[in-house]
Write a protein that binds this ligand. Structure first.
Ligand code: PLP
Length: 435
């Protein structure tokens, strides 16, 4: 596919060429390389509110929002001020600090499902630590995960379903030992019977079930509440822990994330993205009883040099305080709903095979007319449409994550005019892809 280039991308192309000399594939995280779409990745110079500006001076309406953390958009004044004020007093002390207490208190005071929390520095670290905690708490090794859910680059979760009906996983990345992968059982989302059978067959061996309650890494695979309830009930029945990986959904679809939205109580929750206000923060939380298994109180070791550093805590605090403004999540969800339904209506009128699943301020451009709830319902061949749409949108100044499997995010910095502009340009890009 040859795309006509209507925006300047020379500076980005030059920087990307240089980056190849320093980083594998020129990037520090694989999807940034734009391999699923066309052209060199854009090198972004700055971001303000709902927009970013790249090194060629192109201005882009941003629906990627740094893959989710920027719920208040770029360069949010409250976050900026708190961070600068904090930086002026030093950046990290390797000691407890007041800002960590304040962020911990803010979360615990406003989240029914967390009694104790531990801050780490990324979502991956949060998930890795939560798994160790679940294994340490139960004294068991096996874990159950679901096809279509991503949990960061944790060894035991870079695992895909084995062949046939076997639920034993096989590693999905070189470097993950099969011995590690074998302790991960991979099931399809929504298969209640298989879940029951697996838990029975491996009775006394399973430490936890981990799930993205709102799977948002293979498109947006919105699940029924009854499925999450089923996970809760099965976990109780078989005496295993239920982990909600809320790295994306936490503080995004509501202050209490998916647990609060669906009113289903997990045993452990992992956080990332929004919790750090754009800085590297992850966290995991649970009841006091479970969290007391973590060192220095309990036997499960977990530590971090920069964990809860004051600058990241200040950013998280400034971000989450704004999320607690009355009506914040209702408004975000309503605006995202208006945008998603407008795109969907346009597609329907023209018989374009596009629908726009959305929850809270997360949306996805899905190809096909049926509701997609499992990863295997996504037709990879349809990603050619995304490639065209992505390219067209860059030409007209709209930035979506550079893969059709990625979801989009609306921030509170997106004005009604921004959203209308987004709708108009996405519709025009669909005309090019399907017209
Ligand atoms: N869990 C989920 C659900 C995620 O979406 C991600 C990242 O996208 C992670 C874990 C890993 O987080 P991080 O990239 O901060 O390590």
């Amino acid at each position: 596919m040859n795309f006509e280039q209507r925006i300047p991308r020379e500076a980005s192309a030059r920087l990307f060429e240089e980056a190849q000399e320093y980083f594998p594939g020129g990037v520090n995280s694989p999807v940034r390389a734009f391999r699923s779409v066309s052209g060199p990745p854009l090198f972004i110079r700055e971001g303000h509110g709902s927009h970013m500006i790249d090194e060629d001076g192109n201005r882009l309406l941003d629906f990627c929002c740094s893959w989710g953390p920027l719920i208040h958009g770029h360069d949010n004044p409250h976050i900026r001020e708190r961070v600068i004020e904090t930086v002026l007093r030093g950046t990290s002390f390797g000691t407890p600090n007041r800002l960590g207490n304040q962020l911990g208190k803010l979360i615990l005071d406003n989240h029914r499902y967390v009694e104790r929390i531990r801050f780490v520095s990324s979502g991956t670290e949060a998930v890795m630590s939560a798994l160790r905690l679940a294994r340490g708490y139960t004294g068991r090794n096996k874990i159950i995960k679901f096809d279509g859910c991503y949990h960061g680059h944790v060894d035991s979760l870079l695992v895909k379903a084995g062949s046939g009906l076997a639920t034993l996983g096989t590693s999905s990345s070189a470097g993950v030992p099969e011995t590690v992968a074998r302790d991960t059982l991979v099931l399809p989302l929504g298969d209640r019977d298989l879940l029951e059978r697996t838990l029975s067959e491996h009775s006394g061996e399973v430490a936890c079930i981990i799930v993205e309650p709102i799977p948002a890494n293979n498109g947006l695979l919105i699940q029924d509440r009854s499925w999450l309830e089923c996970l809760r009930i099965k976990a109780w029945k078989h005496d295993v822990l239920l982990i909600f990986d809320e790295v994306i959904s936490g503080f995004r679809v509501g202050f209490e994330g998916a647990a609060g939205l669906y009113d289903v109580a997990p045993d452990i929750i992992t956080f990332g993205k929004v919790i750090g206000g754009g800085f590297p923060v992850g966290a995991y939380g649970a009841s006091k009883e479970i969290m007391d298994y973590i060192a220095p109180v309990g036997p499960v070791y977990q530590a971090g040099t920069l964990s809860a550093n004051p600058v990241a805590m200040a950013a998280g605090l400034a971000a989450l305080e704004q999320c607690l403004a009355p009506g914040f999540y209702v408004e975000m969800a309503a605006r995202t709903h208006r945008m998603a339904t407008a795109i969907e209506a346009y597609a329907r009128e023209r018989n374009y095979p596009v629908h726009v699943p959305h929850v809270g301020s997360i949306f996805w451009l899905a190809f096909g007319t049926e509701r997609i709830e499992r990863a295997d319902q996504i037709d990879a061949a349809n990603m050619q449409y995304f490639k065209i749409i992505h390219h067209e949108l860059l030409q007209t100044g709209v930035y979506l994550g550079p893969s059709g499997y990625e979801v989009g995010f609306v921030s509170s910095a997106h004005s009604e005019t921004d959203l209308q502009e987004g709708v108009a340009k996405i519709c025009a890009a669909m005309d090019v892809a399907f017209g």
